[in-house]
Ligand binder design. Structure first.
Ligand SMILES: [Zn+2]
Length: 458
């Protein structure tokens, strides 16, 4: 009986050996197709909370993630460009969803620092910090060409999605003009429309109607005459700065405030609206920030002196020299904003990472480290915060490209971090390099280029 069993086991063993062999063979990759291989790295795919795939090899082919396998199941020859990820963490690149990119052809009345160097350094600062996607929130003539210049490698920079020139009280003065401006920006190929304050309700409605008809998205501020309720109903896709919510809610107090807040958050969720909070910037604007600390931010050395002068001028005129500024009110306002963000996150409202760089003390790329602590203080978890800059961004841009997570087929936008960002967001600062659309920027290269930018502006 034992003998028969043993005989039966032989063909099974042979079959198993054959299967193992076949599997093993599949795990040799065609080296000629590998642009880069991150070896033996812990992958945080950002597809579900807490998921870490340990000791993986991630292969990049032609700007895309082409394979993710257990590190011990894959072998390379000496010619594969390998990035050793041992003990490190690979996460998707982050996004600045309310960023600004300087004009390539600055208007005549713009200061002299708006030159080629400024465009180049701004784009580089974003990627140096791991920002691989920027939604530019104010378009200028000819700016769309920047998308191609980055894509072709003329500039090192993030993937750009650009809003056109702004819709505001000065740029729009009739209903026909509002509609015409929408048609023009669709024709020119902008990715979205930027809404600023100043539109009348009728102008806004005309803009929204035309935009919805032509299928172009719009976002930004909520004009006072429109109000948050109407903006949501009209299909405004992103509410940036959440100031539209605050001006609506400030009219209420006590239990009424609570119920109105609940109501508007539910409505926001129901309509699938996205929020770009920009808490750090708003605290700066309303007079509730620690200005002395901000004026000494180390990263200010990477921007032109003229921009720093603008920041300092803002503090001197709008804060220190502003007799109408009530610090107590500003503080209350800041607390309400944080409560609102926390409640939105708890309710499952879709939140996107954004800082409005380089608006005020928000140096491109570095500014996320000023914003993230606000998101954390509002009650968001590290995963939720990272999600707002990765998976959520991919979801928002699902009609444009496939990115925001580490999965096969996604655009290869990655950050190689020296420690686990789910444990501490400080990990984002300590990276060993950034990959943008499959191009690898090592830490060494990034540091050299940052030193050049510092030297240029000091
Ligand atoms: Zn802005």
């Amino acid at each position: 009986m034992k003998k028969i069993l043993a005989l039966l086991l032989i063909p099974i063993a042979v079959a198993l050996a054959f299967i193992v062999m076949l599997n093993d063979r599949q795990n040799y990759v065609d080296e000629s197709k590998v642009s880069y291989a991150f070896t033996n790295v812990h992958v945080i795919p950002m597809t579900e909370d807490g998921l870490i795939k340990e000791n993986q090899t991630v292969i990049i082919t032609e700007g895309r993630i082409s394979e993710i396998v257990d590190a011990n199941k894959i072998k390379f020859g000496p010619n594969t460009p390998v990035i050793d990820g041992t003990g490190k963490y690979l996460i998707p690149g982050l996004a600045e969803m309310h960023g600004h990119v300087p004009p390539t052809h600055p208007p005549a009345n713009f200061p002299a620092y708006f030159n080629e160097d400024y465009v180049e350094s701004t784009l580089f600062l974003y990627v140096s910090a791991g920002i691989t996607t920027v939604r530019g929130m104010l378009g200028y003539d000819h700016q769309l060409e920047l998308k191609e210049k980055v894509a072709s490698g003329e500039y090192i920079g993030p993937n750009l999605y650009l809003a056109g020139p702004s819709f505001n009280g000065n740029s729009v003065s009739s209903l026909d003009q509002a509609r015409e401006k929408v048609r023009q920006q669709v024709d020119e190929g902008w990715d979205l429309l930027k809404i600023h304050p100043g539109l009348t309700l009728e102008e806004y409605n005309a803009m929204a109607d035309e935009a919805n008809k032509l299928g172009i998205r719009f976002g930004g501020h909520v004009p006072q005459a429109v109000g948050i309720n109407r903006a949501i109903e009209a299909g405004q896709e992103t509410m940036d700065h959440i100031d539209g919510y605050v001006s609506y809610l400030q009219a209420f107090e006590g239990v009424e405030l609570e119920s109105k807040m609940d109501e508007i958050i539910q409505k926001t969720k129901e309509y699938g609206v996205w929020i770009v909070p920009t808490q750090a910037l708003w605290e700066t604007i309303i007079g509730a920030a620690d200005y002395e600390t901000m004026q000494n931010y180390d990263e200010l050395k990477y921007i032109p002196q003229a921009v720093r002068d603008n920041y300092n001028g803002f503090v001197a005129n709008n804060i220190e020299g502003n007799p109408n500024l009530n610090y107590e009110e500003a503080e209350e306002h800041a607390v309400l904003r944080q409560r609102l963000l926390g409640a939105m996150s708890d309710a499952g409202v879709r939140i996107l990472m954004g800082t409005d760089a380089p608006q005020l003390f928000s140096v491109p790329g570095f500014s996320i480290h000023r914003e993230l602590p606000f998101m954390k203080a509002a009650g968001m978890s590290n995963y939720e915060i990272l999600h707002s800059g990765t998976k959520a961004v991919g979801d928002y841009f699902a009609n444009e490209d496939d990115f925001g997570t580490i999965e096969v087929g996604k655009r290869a936008d990655l950050i190689l971090m020296d420690s686990n960002p789910l444990e501490s967001l400080d990990a984002i600062r300590n990276h060993s390099g950034v990959m943008v659309s499959g191009e690898w920027l090592s830490r060494k290269m990034i540091d050299e280029k940052l030193a050049e930018i510092e030297a240029m502006y000091n």
